[in-house]
Design a protein around this ligand. Sequence first.
Ligand code: DC
Length: 197
Amino acid sequence: MIFTVAIDGPAAAGKGTISRAVAERFGFAHLDTGLLYRAVGAIGGDPALAARALAPADLARDDLRSLAAGQAASRVAVIPEVRAALVDFQRRFARQPGGAVLDGRDIGTVICPEAEVKLYVTASAETRAHRRWLEVGGDAGQVLAEVKERDARDMSRAEAPLKPAAGALVIDTTAMTADQAVEAACAAVAAALRAHR
Ligand code: DC
């Protein structure tokens, strides 16, 4: 069975929690595509060369989760050659037999517009910054400023900007618990699976 769940949305909206839960519940493979861009940013040097040479071990680096790594990822993600180098791997992952969940910024718009389920997971900038601050600590005002800066860059870039895909179900998690958000996503996946079989 080929079945893709494409989950896009801004930083700290809940994509990761939802994606992992959907993958586990339905037995699908999961790819956090932000890790690809974080690894390219962390490797340094020429970002296009780094993207073309990216290896599985690069995704296992332990310095990819920091705010700085997120900013570096967002900066290399505007480079068309970087995005182009990562497309085939993501497309193959999306259409592998057995089902796949990919989360990122352009999965439903560019990588896999034919995905059987497209979700756009969002929340207010303040809510997302608060969640990120609970994880990383530091100065709350600066975390909010960085969230807004990354939103602006990810949404305004020329190449594959962040926006809801055509036909995407929007899940606004601002006033939801993680469990509620997971259940909303799983209900959409279950309905699409019934229609698919
Ligand atoms: O989801 P994340 O915070 O790990 O993503 C880090 C950055 O990588 C994000 O700010 C923009 C970029 N990115 C992207 O351009 N396209 C994707 N599919 C995933 C991430």
